[in-house]
Design a protein around this ligand. Structure first.
Ligand code: GAR
Length: 206
């Protein structure tokens, strides 16, 4: 029996890369039918790069300072991703806003994980924003990326109750555990062709 084709993906990461690791692990154990072709970072010190190298995944650092602006940066990103035959791009702790140049190269194929229940608390330090606001339920969201900030169609969300004993760090740690579950799952649904965007809504096949 021939295997179903695997979705060729790339991950863009700026930091620790624990979401990248969750993706690597689920590919390795056969749950996520994907092939990780490339990991790109804007930060040479990102631990995500070491995680990729440990998994024998090619890496590339693109320094923003070496480009005239965000569009030029994203044009080079798109070129590298296309050269690696990538079909979908997962932003995982990638701390740059992407431009239409990248989105047009991968229409409805750029995903992001955000550590809040969007549309609440977009932007930086979302877990702390939610904690300080006093919400009783925090969480995380996987969404398609559009031209706004954390504003594209929502694929999956996971709620995380806020405990009286929490501080912002303990809450962020429990949110991250859920991120590691829903991000690979969203990518699996994409790989299996089960996601359909109609207007703002994402419908998921049974
Ligand atoms: C994650 O919590 C992710 O949701 C967040 O950065 C962290 C990266 O962790 N992303 C954003 O805040 C994007 N707006 P990781 O590098 O260990 O995956």
């Amino acid at each position: 029996m021939s295997e179903a084709p695997k979705l060729k993906i790339a991950v863009l990461a700026s930091g620790s890369g624990s979401n990248l690791q969750a993706i690597i692990d689920e590919i390795a154990c056969g749950i996520l039918p994907a092939e990780l072709r490339l990991v790109i970072s804007d930060k040479p010190s990102a631990y995500a790069l070491q995680r990729a190298q440990a998994a024998n995944v090619p890496t590339k650092v693109l320094l923003p300072a070496e480009f005239a602006g965000r569009e030029a940066y994203d044009a080079e990103l798109a070129r590298l991703l296309q050269a690696a035959d990538v079909e979908a791009v997962a932003l995982a702790g990638y701390m740059r806003l992407v431009t239409p140049t990248l989105l047009q190269a991968f229409p409805h194929r750029v995903l992001n994980i955000h550590p809040a229940l969007l549309p609440s608390f977009p932007g930086l330090h979302a877990q702390r924003q939610a904690f300080e606001y006093g919400v009783k339920v925090a969480g995380c969201t996987v969404h398609f990326v559009d031209e706004g900030m954390d504003s594209g169609p929502i694929i999956l969300q996971a709620p995380v109750p806020v405990l009286d004993t929490d501080d912002a760090d303990s809450l962020a740690a429990r949110i991250l555990e859920q991120e590691h579950i829903i991000y690979p799952l969203a990518l699996r649904l994409l790989a299996e062709g089960k996601l359909h965007i109609i207007g703002r809504k994402v419908y998921i096949d049974e």
